[in-house]
Design a protein around this ligand. Sequence first.
Ligand SMILES: Cc1cc2nc3c(=O)[nH]c(=O)nc-3n(C[C@H](O)[C@H](O)[C@H](O)COP(=O)(O)OP(=O)(O)OC[C@H]3O[C@@H](n4cnc5c(N)ncnc54)[C@H](O)[C@@H]3O)c2cc1C
Length: 444
Amino acid sequence: MRYNVAVLGGGPAGTAAALQAARAGAKTLLVERYGFLGGNATGALVNPWMGHAWADPHTRQPGSLIGGIFREIVLALRARGAYGAPCDRAAFDEQQLKLVYDTVLAAAGVTVRLHSLLIAAQIENDRIATVDVFGKGGAQRVAADVFIDATGDGDLAALAGCSVAIGRPADGLTQAMTTSFRMAGVAKAELFADGNLRAARSRVDPLFQAARQAGRLHYPYRDFVQFYDYPRPGVLHFNMTRINRVNGLSPEDLTRAETEGRRQAAVLSEWLVREVPAFRSAWIEKLACHAGVRETRHVKGLYTFSHEDVAAGRKFDDAIARSRYFIDIHSPTGPGFDHEVPGAKGAVRASYAPPPNDWYEVPYRCIVPVGLANLLVPCRAFSATHEGAAAVRVMATMTALGQAAGLAAARAATTRSSVAEINAVALRRELGYLDAPPELGEPW
Ligand SMILES: Cc1cc2nc3c(=O)[nH]c(=O)nc-3n(C[C@H](O)[C@H](O)[C@H](O)COP(=O)(O)OP(=O)(O)OC[C@H]3O[C@@H](n4cnc5c(N)ncnc54)[C@H](O)[C@@H]3O)c2cc1C
């Protein structure tokens, strides 16, 4: 089978890439190892959308820095009553997200192949000629003019021999993994009596600290309570398990992460039911299909996005995304966050965030790997340092990177040019929203 564009991996980046490539006229294939699309947003139960949030400096009216396909997905979720919880506007129902992706990709004419794992790449000169994807029927070979690595881990780039780094430079350790879970049957009216998330967490946190101190709860994995509202009655989303010193590329480590993440979820939820009144009738409604992996490979690209780009609020002529999300590092070794002001829980160090009322941009060159003429890497493995990646890795920005890659790949396939030759300034213009002020008000 031959395609103009083949996208490997169907997470926030890959779905947007395939959708945009097909809409730009490319015969497009999307390959995904699981039986549904959405990547971490659906499989790892990651919620809410982050990376797009903006507030007008004068009025504080909320808005979004990211438009395009991300906006379209949000609107589709909203139309299904699946976006925006009273105390967390960016929360969404991931089951409906699966349906949204199925619908929009089918309408755009993308060929989707689920239950298919990328396992090999064949290189000719400076191009990927074909890749092998493995399913129940065995391996199949796929040819394409341009390939997009949206596996999150940079699997295709690694198989194709690109230069990659793993984790932080000093010791190669990566951000912690987390098994997300949901609790249902929560008395949300009681918990959110003040109408905001911070106040709800502060009702539970002192009980959490006291139980730990008194030895009634052994939970050294996180040092404060972190749950989110979810757009369904009685349901809350938890991002509170923490598995350190695991490599997301090792099946042995992943096995340990899965069992340990589920065990921590059980310990925490049992304590909540036992001691926190709003949880007295609650239960674990869902454990993520798999432990969430925050970091593995960083592929070497034409530009390496870094800590300085975030802190300076740097702008680029060839920008393909913008964000004011901070450098969010779940400690690779302990319960805390590397971006925190020491001794001030939850406070982000100034140098780990863009300047106040400003944003940074991500250049196209970050998704163009060094050495191959027909590969783009717009996923979590895009070219960045450990710190730079920690800011851009979230799902709204990944959707933006994916959309840009889809457009660039379709153009490169049509013009038979290399991905590095794409006029990225024109690409930025064509993406549209990057030169407009942030959109304020609904649906954000
Ligand atoms: C626990 C956790 C909490 C997070 N919290 C938030 C949050 O609150 N808000 C937020 O916006 N972001 C959050 N993030 C970050 C965000 O989820 C990811 O960085 C983002 O999903 C990356 O998007 P992606 O498309 O690059 O990769 P992924 O979402 O990982 O998607 C990659 C896709 O590729 C598929 N795939 C992988 N390898 C292969 C292969 N070899 N062959 C075929 N298919 C393959 C996978 O099955 C998957 O569908 C969190 C991440 C984690 C782990």
